[in-house]
Design a protein around this ligand. Structure first.
Ligand SMILES: NC(=O)C1=CN([C@@H]2O[C@H](COP(=O)(O)OP(=O)(O)OC[C@H]3O[C@@H](n4cnc5c(N)ncnc54)[C@H](OP(=O)(O)O)[C@@H]3O)[C@@H](O)[C@H]2O)C=CC1
Ligand SMILES: CC(C)(CO)C(=O)C(=O)O
Length: 307
């Protein structure tokens, strides 16, 4: 972590200076929200780009770059880092975190899962690490633009560091809710992500949940995940599995999920944080997870092989 790096004065309006590490589907959405409000963040990625582009029903937002790719060349710490790389890419993004963070930098992790804090904290010793539940679907397109398919919305824990994130995003199109019981919200989203993993195994999009057999399988899987979530302390009602299944029934048939996009591009999958976690935490609590114990190894093999 940079101890003496001079804070970057990218923002003179009193809003926190922000960097986005991982300007992909989610990172581009947040960057566009900030840019539209006149608070263009520093963009830190892996692939060089001159700019980012977000598209949705309302039009396009072009976020001026460049996307920096060398942490040594993009000097200056910031008040807030949005970390929007995949969970499989956190370790590789550590040089960015070291270059951008000083001890009071807030690191807000825009990733699926329930283990973001434990995964990221070792790379930013002393910094407040905030997990965020990301509710909106965003899809990177073959031409490099990002298609946003919903309203940009995050839920954060009701913690002091969340104030920095609220200030950064205040008045932007990306809304923020603070949850007193963040654990329960994060597990509810995890259930949604776990069942979305079935799309990878079938190679199909949300339309597949219209099948009666897939609906039965999903409901059984969601109930199993719910038992683990409750063992972890989440307060979620018996209705949650059905509510989640109904939300999948209501999605456009061609809506995917980020883990399916990774599968289609033959990239490593976030199988462990989205599906494996259910088996792992289930074992710890002696909660049986027979469906998860089939789904997780198949996703792991799809991700990593061999074969
Ligand atoms: N997409 C969605 O709809 C949703 C995603 N999420 C979660 O959000 C997180 C981000 O997902 P998403 O935006 O879809 O992922 P993407 O793959 O679209 O974006 C990841 C970005 O990180 C960049 N990156 C990879 N490695 C590094 C590195 N070492 N240093 C800097 N940047 C790097 C990638 O660069 P490159 O262009 O070179 O690959 C890419 O720009 C995931 O945890 C996902 O589960 C949550 C809700 C919805
Ligand atoms: C689309 C959404 C919000 C639900 O599955 C998601 O979390 C993802 O694609 O990773």
């Amino acid at each position: 972590m940079a101890q003496t790096g001079r804070p970057e004065a990218t923002d003179t309006s009193g809003h926190p200076a922000v960097a986005i590490v991982g300007p992909g589907a989610i990172g581009t959405t947040v960057a566009a929200a900030l840019h539209q409000a006149g608070r263009t963040p520093k963009l830190c990625g892996r692939t060089p780009r001159a700019s980012l582009e977000l598209r949705d029903d309302r039009g396009r937002v072009l976020v001026p770059g460049p996307v920096h790719t060398d942490p040594a060349q993009a000097a200056g710490t910031v008040d807030l880092v949005f970390l929007a790389v995949k969970s499989t890419q956190v370790r590789a993004s550590a040089p960015w975190l070291a270059a951008l963070c000083r001890p009071d930098t807030v690191v807000c992790v825009l990733q699926n899962g329930v283990e973001q804090e434990a995964a990221v904290a070792p790379f930013v010793p002393g910094c407040p690490v905030l997990p965020a539940v990301v509710w909106f679907p965003a899809e990177a397109q073959p031409d490099g633009t990002v298609r946003l398919r919903g309203e940009a919305r995050l839920t954060l824990p009701d913690a002091p560091a969340s104030r920095t994130v609220r200030e950064a995003l205040s008045g932007t199109r990306c809304s923020i809710e603070l949850a007193a019981d963040f654990l329960s919200v994060a597990w509810r989203k995890l259930l949604q992500n776990a069942v979305a993993g079935l799309m990878v195994l079938s190679g199909r999009r949300a339309g597949m949940f219209g099948r009666a057999d897939i609906s039965r399988l999903s409901l059984a899987y969601l109930r199993e995940c719910l038992a683990v979530a409750r063992a972890e302390g989440a307060v979620l009602s018996d209705e949650v599995p059905r509510e989640i299944l109904e939300s999948f029934h209501g999605y456009p048939a061609d809506l995917g999920t980020s883990i399916l996009a990774d599968r289609e591009a033959d990239r490593p999958l976030e199988w462990d944080v989205r599906n494996g976690v259910v088996s792992r935490r289930g074992r710890a609590h002696r909660v049986p997870t027979p469906i998860s114990d089939v789904v997780a190894p198949l996703l792991a093999a799809a991700s990593e092989g061999p074969g």
